[in-house]
Design a protein around this ligand. Structure first.
Ligand code: BES
Ligand code: MN
Ligand code: ZN
Length: 497
């Protein structure tokens, strides 16, 4: 893990270095420590604000170079809008906005974590610090010639009221950021490097944190009867793998919560091959598995008081003499048979065996799968929400709430027997596609046939895991979507306090 920025905490009274970042509300009001730091330069800010019509609106910034009367290279005033309507995810964005100005020319930054009237709470200051790290992330492992502004480690200090408290809280929060970065790295890696065995090897590194990691190879999966997953894997020169990760931070013997990830390391479509345009994006078709690994890292590193299982199915979907064909019928681990209509609907085949394995062998209290499953989810929801499907109201509500808190938002879509009919097959128990309409729903119906009565939610992250527009807290192609969402879900509902 390579961080482009080192983040620390200092007292509010510290003399700022490099770039000074301060916050103000819609009334252009500052807090007491901020006013003190600005001193006579407050006048300058007032004039600059008037000239540029800066009013402190949320998302706006006033950027003053070489501010007279201050010993800093640059003064950045970030508008937060109405303080009373701020959400916890807004603080991440403030940190991200600040970090957007970090550059080697002025390689230090002091962010005064204070809003008008008061120092912001420790948890929120920590979110600012997390936002800085998330924003500064870049994936440049394969660039041999780095530009000037891509070199060196930068430093950002967040000035807070309670330095010790913030440092302590940034321990666990920092582990969650590490998990997000790990997921982004995996999604960004090229598919010649990150094939199924290599992905499995990287997952075994979680052992260093005390995670129990079991890797199932083709022989083990054959013994288990995972014919649906293996049918996808058989066209590739790289053999498939299933990885089961267990973090036991909760009470001994307590039923775990489970997370399941689609890990298609590259999706050509197989014999139903995809068109060439943007096919390179299909290196990100393991975004679900990347999220599960990043999440397991976060939970284990911050020693979450929970028993959690992560299960990922790793395959490469290739056309080949040995690849599966449309018309093939495979037998899943559940015993149910599947007629392959389109080899490009491979993710649900991988998940069918994984979900069944987890439901029957782990028997979790609930399971949540993440998958870059359908292009149709982008047609429905764009890139702002992931789609969720669930057989359990409570789980769906909890995910929705965690989405609002973290900014990794989800939107629930329906399931129902009428949709389920669309995947009945004339030759087998079901077929792997349901026709043109409601593509994300029929995919979810397919998965539901493999969960039995386990409380379950499916998150379709095809629009959010990769290629989403750049944001305040992510400039990279892979977003690491889902790590913060599910870490929050666990923290809010499944951890012993
Ligand atoms: N991995 C794709 C879905 C996808 C598309 C993810 C674009 C991210 C960006 C999935 O395996 C797929 O090919 N789905 C097909 C299903 C169809 C054949 C029923 C799709 O969405 O077109
Ligand atoms: Mn596909
Ligand atoms: Zn796919």
């Amino acid at each position: 893990m390579s961080d482009a920025v080192k983040v620390g905490f200092v007292p509010l009274s510290v003399a700022p270095r490099g770039i000074l970042v301060v916050f103000c509300d819609e009334g252009l009001k500052f807090g007491a420590a901020t006013r003190k730091a600005l001193g006579s330069a407050a006048d300058l800010v007032g004039k600059a604000a008037a000239t540029s019509r800066f009013k402190g609106k949320s998302g706006s910034m006033l950027d003053i170079l070489a501010p007279q009367g201050l010993k800093v290279s640059r003064l950045l005033v970030i508008g937060v809008g109405k303080v009373s309507s701020l959400k916890s995810s807004d603080y991440l964005k403030f940190g991200g906005a600040a970090a957007s100005k970090l550059a080697p020319g002025s390689n230090a930054m002091t962010i005064i974590a204070e809003l008008p009237d008061e120092a912001i709470k420790t948890e929120q200051a920590v979110a600012v610090a997390s936002g800085v790290r998330l924003r500064a992330y870049r994936f440049d492992r394969y660039k041999t010639k780095k530009k000037d502004d891509e070199q060196g480690v930068l430093r950002a200090d967040v000035a807070v009221a309670d330095v010790a408290g913030a440092r302590k809280a940034f321990g666990p929060a920092g582990h969650v950021v590490d998990g997000v970065i790990m997921a982004r790295d995996l999604v960004n890696e090229p598919p010649n490097v990150l094939h199924p065995p290599e992905f499995a090897r990287r997952a075994t590194q979680l052992r260093k944190l005390g995670v129990h990691v079991e890797v199932l190879d083709v022989r083990a999966m054959t013994r288990l009867g995972m014919g649906a997953l293996l049918g996808v894997a058989q066209g590739s020169a790289h053999p498939g793998r299933t990885v089961i990760m267990r973090w036991n931070g909760g009470k001994r013997g307590e039923t775990p919560i489970a997370f399941v990830g689609k890990g298609v390391c590259f999706d050509t479509g197989g014999i139903s091959i995809k068109p060439a345009g943007s096919m390179e994006d299909m290196k990100g078709d393991m975004g679900g598995a990347a999220c599960v690994v990043g999440l397991m890292h976060a939970l284990a590193a911050r020693k979450a008081r929970v028993n959690a299982v992560g299960a990922i199915g790793l395959v490469e979907n290739m056309p080949d003499g040995n690849a599966q064909r449309p018309g093939d019928i495979v037998t899943s681990m559940s015993g149910q048979t599947i007629e392959i209509i389109n080899t490009d609907a491979e993710g649900r085949l991988v998940l069918a065996d994984l979900l069944w394995y987890v439901a029957k062998k782990i028997k979790p209290k609930c399971m949540i799968d993440l998958a870059t499953l359908t292009g149709a989810i982008m047609v429905a929801l764009g890139t702002e929400h992931a789609g969720i499907f669930s057989n359990n109201e409570e789980l769906a509500d909890r995910l929705t709430q965690a989405g609002l808190e973290t900014g990794e938002r989800v939107w629930r879509l329906p399931l129902g027997p009428e949709y389920d009919k669309l995947i009945d097959s004339q030759f087998a128990d079901m077929k792997n596609t349901g026709g043109r309409h409601g593509g994300s729903i029929t995919a979810a119906q397919f998965l539901q046939r493999f969960v039995d009565d386990t409380p379950w939610a499916h998150i379709d992250i095809a629009g959010t895991a990769m290629g989403a527009p750049k944001s305040d807290i992510n400039q990279s192609w892979g977003s690491g979507y889902g790590v913060r969402l599910l870490d929050r879900l666990v923290a809010d509902h499944y951890e012993k306090k």
